[in-house]
Design a binder for this molecule. Structure first.
Ligand code: ADP
Ligand code: MG
Length: 386
């Protein structure tokens, strides 16, 4: 699928994305930069990606007319949101090249299937048990407590999770989660968290971004650092190798993020995966010569994959809606001018119409000559954000 600029005079191909959030928006930017047209399907009239796409199909994900419009317009399809029903991707993928494929997305949508896949690939994950029935709840192994109860489906940013220390708390938490199918995981002693973002094309060629080190607050990503300050070369190679096996085992095509825990004894444990570009890879727009979003475009279109090179050490700060409120809960606008006065500050705002606590409104990437300088700038930026 050649971009318009290559096929002179020809109509550019249209790339379709299911979901209109910030990941879709940054994908659209990358696709348009390479000369493609874009179509976004998202029910929200003001979705961040819908606002910048050539075409916004404003229907539900499973709406027949919406899917028919995407089929008619698009030359290839991707998703930016793993909770787009796999059924929609099966429908589109039956007629169009889809990266990632519906089957891979279906595995990622279900924590139980995801964990089975990790085990099949020989990559250790947290000790866990599936809880779908009162009998399974009653029979749960005491070694899994204290633990985290997570809904098997539809969780993100720490939503659909409860920390539990006792059987009584576990029973209460399952009720709170409406007795949905869940996975109970043992609470592990984390030293820190890392992620690997890779891109794999239809020929099985695979490239990955440098390993990211991630700090979460309240279950939501807060800070990503690259190079990862606490990760020796051996650990980095092991994580990239494990992520590669996980992708190959799925016959995966497209951009995949695999999140890992590093335990206090140095053991690497896989946490979860996301079948799409990931928040921990946003720094690649400003700090790498190929971004995770451009890699997704290249996977979808059969353009060459090249290994991304980190040209600047970077720290990324997520900008949550909390920044739009002062200590008394009154709305305010963060001081963008003060932040942008810092050398190496790259501000990305997603165009969301209203701020809410915990809502991802944008991110800020700080690049510098050295990791220390990037961290120092990030600290100054955080002070100026208030
Ligand atoms: P989400 O899909 O919401 O991102 P995760 O499973 O990644 O959910 O959990 C969010 C965060 O909670 C993780 O990044 C980690 O900080 C913490 N966490 C999750 N599972 C465990 C565990 N088994 N032990 C310790 N911490 C965990
Ligand atoms: Mg996570």
């Amino acid at each position: 699928l050649l971009p318009a600029a290559v096929a002179a005079g020809a109509q550019a191909s249209t790339l379709g994305v299911m979901g209109g959030g910030q990941l879709g928006r940054m994908f659209v930017h990358a696709a348009q930069r390479l000369g493609y047209f874009t179509a976004v399907l998202d029910p929200d009239v003001a979705s961040p990606a819908g606002l910048v796409s050539h075409v916004h199909v404003q229907t539900d994900y499973l709406d027949e007319q919406g899917l028919a419009q995407m089929l008619q317009r698009c030359a290839a399809i991707t998703t930016e949101f793993e909770n787009v029903p796999a059924g929609a991707l099966y429908t589109l993928g039956a007629h169009l090249p889809a990266a990632p494929g519906a089957e891979a997305v279906a595995v990622c949508q279900d924590r139980a299937r995801e964990k089975r896949h990790f085990e099949q690939c020989g990559v250790p994950c947290a000790p866990h048990a599936l809880i779908e029935t009162p009998e399974q709840l009653a029979g749960v192994d005491a070694a899994l407590l204290p633990g985290i109860l997570k809904t098997a489906r539809l969780g993100y940013d720490g939503k659909g999770q409860r920390r539990v220390a006792t059987r009584a708390e576990l029973a209460l938490a399952w009720d709170e989660l409406k007795r949905a199918p869940c996975v109970l995981e043992r609470l592990l002693p984390l030293a820190f968290e890392i992620s690997v973002i890779l891109a794999r094309n239809a020929d099985g060629e695979l490239v990955s971004l440098p390993v990211q080190q991630n700090l979460h607050r309240d279950g939501i990503l807060a800070v990503t650092q690259v190079p990862a300050p606490n990760v020796p070369a051996g650990l980095s190679a092991a994580a990239r190798d494990a992520a590669g096996r996980i992708a190959e085992g799925l016959g995966y095509v497209g951009v995949l993020c695999v999140e890992f825990f590093v335990l206090q004894d140095g053991t690497l444990v896989v946490n979860e995966m996301a079948p799409r570009p990931h928040n921990s890879g946003h720094y690649s727009i400003d700090a790498c010569d190929v971004s995770q979003f451009e890699l997704q475009v290249r996977c979808m279109t059969g353009l060459p994959l090249v290994a991304p090179r980190l040209h600047s050490p970077a720290v990324m700060l997520n900008l949550l809606g909390d920044l739009w409120f002062d200590a008394d809960g009154r709305e305010r606008t963060p001081d963008w001018a003060a932040v942008l006065a810092l050398p190496g500050a790259h501000l990305h705002l997603y165009g969301k119409s209203s701020a809410q606590r915990g809502r991802k409104m944008g991110h800020l990437t700080l690049t510098a000559d050295t990791p220390e300088a990037a961290r120092a700038t990030a600290l100054r930026a955080a002070e100026r954000l208030g």
